[in-house]
Design a protein around this ligand. Structure first.
Ligand code: Z5A
Length: 212
């Protein structure tokens, strides 16, 4: 990516991994280094994307086919990229996104069982060559995350899945991190918050140094 373009940073993880808790810290670290930051999330991030998010997360008596779920994720993503992410990056703004396509490989691929080759076709079609420059994967045992997440509001359609679903999601995330270790940095999110934040500072600090 050329020097005057913004960088694209994503944060991933399973249920209750601490994404929401730590996104503000990441934003502060980037801004302290002098970079304008646009914070956004998936699915969502645009008015239409947020409507699609409501469809995706809401409970349905008639269920939703895995293919429909996958296509809705990429529908929201196409809107998000074209209207928000790409214009911001082109203007030199750094984009910090709560989940992106790794979540599709983990949830629709690992969780729902859709072949990664099929996801890859949509990824290429919707994103062309755009991939995150840095991804922080907040990783922790499924039971710990579910216990943390359970302390909050009523579960949405994904949060209502069985434990095996989340084990498969976690395994797929770790698989991606192993294969793409330059881009994806694993943070041990099972630790107490100060230690998690210290790991995040190290990862973000190293990335900022590499951008100079
Ligand atoms: N999804 C998908 O299937 N495919 C896709 O392509 C995309 C998404 C993009 C919405 O995601 C759903 O969309 C998601 C995947 C699917 N499925 N689910 N579920 P979301 O990101 O909006 O929702 P989420 O994953 O449910 O996020 P979350 O549950 O809000 O988790 P979190 O943000 O990672 O956790 P948190 O709210 O920061 O922390 C949870 C609790 O733990 C909270 O009380 C904290 O105070 C506490 N916490 C945080 N860190 C610690 C530490 N270190 N120690 C102790 N306690 C802690």
């Amino acid at each position: 990516m050329s020097k005057n373009k913004g960088r694209f940073i994503t944060v991933e993880g399973g249920e209750g991994a601490g994404k929401s808790t730590n996104l503000e810290l990441i934003k502060e670290l980037l801004e302290a280094a002098g970079h304008p930051v646009l914070f956004t999330r998936e699915p969502g991030g645009t008015p239409l994307g947020e409507e699609i998010r409501t469809l995706l997360l809401g409970h349905r008596d008639d269920g939703m086919a895995a293919e429909t779920e996958l296509l809705l994720m990429f529908g929201a993503r196409a809107e998000h990229l074209n209207r928000k992410i790409i214009p911001a990056l082109n203007a030199g703004t750094w984009v910090l996104c709560d989940r992106f396509t790794d979540a599709t490989y983990a949830y629709q691929g690992g969780g729902r069982g859709i072949a990664p080759e099929r996801i890859q076709i949509l990824e290429q079609w919707v994103q062309h060559d755009l991939r995150p420059d840095l991804t922080l994967l907040l990783d922790l045992p499924v039971e710990v995350g579910l216990e943390r997440a359970g302390r909050r509001s009523a579960p949405d359609r994904f949060e209502s899945e069985a434990s095996q679903f989340f084990q498969n999601v976690r395994a797929r995330y770790l698989d991606i991190a192993k294969k793409e270790s330059t881009r994806v940095k694993v943070v041990d999110a099972s630790m107490p918050l100060p230690q998690v934040q210290s790991q995040i500072k190290t990862v973000v600090g190293a990335f900022l140094s590499s951008c100079r």
